[in-house]
Design a protein around this ligand. Sequence first.
Ligand code: PA5
Length: 475
Amino acid sequence: MKLSEEQRKNLRITVDYTNMTDKYLGDKGISPSMLNAHKKLAKAAHAYVSANRGNDALFMGWTELPYNQTDIVADILATARDIRKKFDYFVVLGIGGSALGPIMAFNALCHLHYNDLPKSKRKGPKFYVEDNVDPVRMKELLDVIDVKKTCFNVISKSGATSETMTQYLIIADLLEKAGENVKEHVVFTTDASRGNLVKISKELGGVKSFVLGDGVGGRFSELSPVGLLPAAVLGIDIKLLLKGAAYMDKLCRTPDFKKNPALVSATLQYIAMQEDKNIGVMMPYSDNLKYLADWYAQLWAESLGKNVTLDGKPCNVGQTPVKSLGVTDQHSQVQLYTEGPYDKVVTFLSVGSYKEKSPIPHGCEDIPDVAFLGGHTMEELIQAENKATAYALTKAGRLNYTINVPEINEFTLGQLLYYFELQTAYAGAMLNIDTFNQPGVEAGKKATFALLGKPGYEGQRAELDNAAPDENYIV
Ligand code: PA5
């Protein structure tokens, strides 16, 4: 779909940080002088990210994904067409950065009850993302799909992630037992040359595979084939998604943090972290954006949660992301946000125009508590509650800001993804940490290898055995 410049402008994501400022929060807010004092740091972060755009060695290949995938996109679209023709089910096997993006885009851009729709009303096969090794979940997935009619997209950069590879072993075995050719039922998304899926592909005689480039880490991979293939299978306009990302990139080229949405957010969050606001609540007022908060939680937590600076100094930085849903969590968490400790920044994702308005009929005219709702729409109600919550938090001196999403579509989602990725890269640069590694995750992966007897991990196995629970502390 082509958008005119006017349409793009109307669909532009904006960041409103009024409620972060001392003008509205008094001494709990950020003053213009505080903000200005961070101008230099923000500029340096912007310069660092700009200078290293596309640098694979630094894991910054993701910055170029909106521009360098013309052939890949064509291949993805052709493959997706083929999958839609041949299969009734499409199952993503992956975890972390190899799953959260596909879940998020599915939820954001497809019908909220997509799998329950009749085939004629769906653009693609039934869709599942299996991002756990809960044995019950695996069994129950197999209760609702027919492996003979399923395409499994195995997404793993390393091909060594126990969870994903366990799932692969199970489905490969089932397919073989069902007399199917495994190769015909799988698509791999993995590293170009390293990694076990490359070896498995060769053994199977060449599996259709997409490459997750060297410079693109899992949590920055949604705009690569990791996210684009599942999205295309679902009939999502992936070209428009990439155009949205490119549009946000353009908006963020300026080093002036007052004009650059990702840079101003990173700076505000950085200042908040310096003030011990170590919890970041992401609160979309939209069920379609519910899993954007999950995707963001990984991006922000895994990227910024680090214990050493780039120059080797010990540190313990990061901000704990909390997922919250408006209005649902107004009735569970907002009490804490309004009156609990001053340790949070709340980010609202506010939608300008929902794809449905749902008018509220008049009724119960003799019950004023109910009657006033009639004649409004559910859109008005959810927007009013969003505004009211921001107002209440501001009155209580709580840092909060709003990301305005004019409507939810491919173009705005592309903007949001790129915005959050850039914000994370800027914040990491300000914190002077390696934003793109995850040694803490690797440690857990290796311990799992040791516990399950993978050769080469015997030493760690002995250590883990010695660390068995101490009975003195079990009640
Ligand atoms: O963001 C990351 O790098 C991680 O969450 C990985 O995506 C996750 O651990 C899965 O790794 P892999 O793609 O190698 O299976």
